[in-house]
Design a protein around this ligand. Sequence first.
Ligand code: SAM
Length: 294
Amino acid sequence: MDPVAPGAVRELIARHGFRIKKSLGQNFLIDGNIIKKIIAAVAPSPADTVVEIGPGIGALTGALAAQAGQVLAVEIDRRLIPVLEETMAGINNVCIVQADALKTDFDSLVQSRAGTPVPTYKVAANLPYYITTPLLMHLLEKQTCVGSIVVMVQEEVARRLTAQPATPEYGALTVAVNFYARPEMLFRVPRTVFMPRPEVDSAVVKIEVNRLPAAPVQDKEVFFALVRAAFQQRRKTLLNAVSAVDKRLSKEMWTDVFRQADIAPGRRGETLDLVEFARLADAYVNRREKSKIN
Ligand code: SAM
């Protein structure tokens, strides 16, 4: 069965008595060309393990398995498991796992399913929009063996991931993802290639995970707290926005932090690049230690 031809998709899901759940972001791809482009972006080789998140009825899964060594397909919806078992029948390098991707330790899953240690694996996903940010952060913050992620997201999110400082799309998500990785917008995907049709267009982004941090910091939690504070209050000056993070430091002390970081305290958070945020975070940690506040 061709899990892409609209007629075949309709017949398949009707036969399984499956009803599409909007709340799980179930918009299935029905365009062979887009699938080819996504597979080319993942570039799986026989040596690769690919984790697919949200395989749906398997539009990408079979195509990934045709080129990868093994595919682990993690789907939350139990009702889709028998459908996937049917569309993946006879393909012996696909392992279907019923689980919530947000709660899955992918490093352990990959190691437990592989015969030999897997130093790094690739991730591919056509994501439901509501889990995009938490899932990307889960993969980047908590998993250590992810090599690259090819992900379909809402076009607006793709622009946020790849935004430059001082643009409206630049925000905490941009800084967080760029801290761990190098996202690149690959191509747009019109809403017409999904069944059912979503309300917005999408885009495919490739995220190459850094082996070494792009901007090393002394304390990651401090770095992220400052970034969040800077963007939560976009209209405030950076000094006013980030000094709320630690009220034990006086305004003078915070001004000194900015001086040490060589950043003007009157700037807006959205103008700082990753390296500047890192300098600010380290200057704060040093100042806090100097003041013996912990
Ligand atoms: N990959 C398929 C395709 O391209 O046609 C389906 C994509 S559809 C946009 C998203 C899929 O993710 C659905 O099958 C949905 O059930 C699944 N999903 C939603 N939330 C999930 C979660 N937390 N963990 C794993 N899968 C999830």
